[in-house]
Write a protein that binds this ligand. Structure first.
Ligand SMILES: O=C([C@H](O)CO)[C@H](O)[C@H](O)COP(=O)(O)O
Length: 210
């Protein structure tokens, strides 16, 4: 069954824990966003795993170099999954996968900024990653003409395990899952909602029945 991942793009550990407490009953994976980790350091990973030991804690490191070292730091802090950029070299991804194997955890390759997300997803899957994130980042989403449909179309033809991130919301999450994404990542649709728990619940209901 597909999973729902909440991406927490808030800036402090207290805010992140408060949001996670509200939405945890409805999500499978709790993502600590890159700005949050840069602001708070790896201590936010430890705090989140301690608060939610039953959830997969996803550290969105967006590692571009020193894959083994950076992944090891996050896994030691309590992460279950870490991200490495698909635009980085294979050696960086292989290093992170080595650390993941040592800890019994996983690596997700984030295709943000890659000119051919589908081809790169297929390539890096061969390197032993858990899955690949077809991702349009916040800056790309704010550009004129952006539509998540491009990611949905990519998921339908990629043929390897993927998540989709880039403006997932209640209007498009059914299409995201039906395209074959194993994980739907929702950030602003949950953390910026007036009632984050209700938003997460509604998204999770679609994921469960799609
Ligand atoms: O990974 C993300 C981005 O690079 C900022 O850290 C977001 O968490 C991801 O795009 C999901 O957020 P939404 O697009 O707001 O759903």
């Amino acid at each position: 069954m597909a999973k729902l991942q909440v991406a927490i793009d808030l800036l402090t550990t207290d805010e992140a824990l408060a949001l996670a407490a509200k939405v945890a009953p409805y999500v499978d994976i709790i993502e600590l966003g890159t700005p949050l980790i840069k602001n708070m350091g790896s201590s936010v990973i430890t705090a989140m795993k301690a608060a939610h030991p039953d959830k997969l804690v996803f550290a969105d490191l967006k590692t571009a170099d020193a894959g083994e070292l950076e992944a090891d730091i996050a896994f030691k802090a309590g992460a279950d999954l870490v991200t490495v950029l698909g635009v980085s070299g294979n050696a960086t991804i292989i290093g992170a996968v080595k650390a993941a194997k040592a800890h019994g955890k996983g690596v997700v390759v984030d295709t943000i900024g890659h000119p051919d997300r589908v081809r790169r997803a297929q390539e890096v899957t061969e390197l032993g990653v858990a899955f690949v994130e077809l991702h349009a980042g916040l800056d790309e989403q704010w550009a004129d003409g952006y539509s998540i449909q491009v990611l949905i179309d990519e998921a339908a033809r990629v043929g390897v395990p993927v998540s989709i991130a880039g403006g997932v919301n209640l209007e498009n999450i059914e299409a995201v899952i039906k395209a074959g994404a194993q994980v739907a990542v929702a950030g602003a649709a949950i953390y910026a909602a007036e009632d984050p728990a209700a938003a997460a619940k509604a998204l999770s209901e679609v994921v469960r029945r799609a």
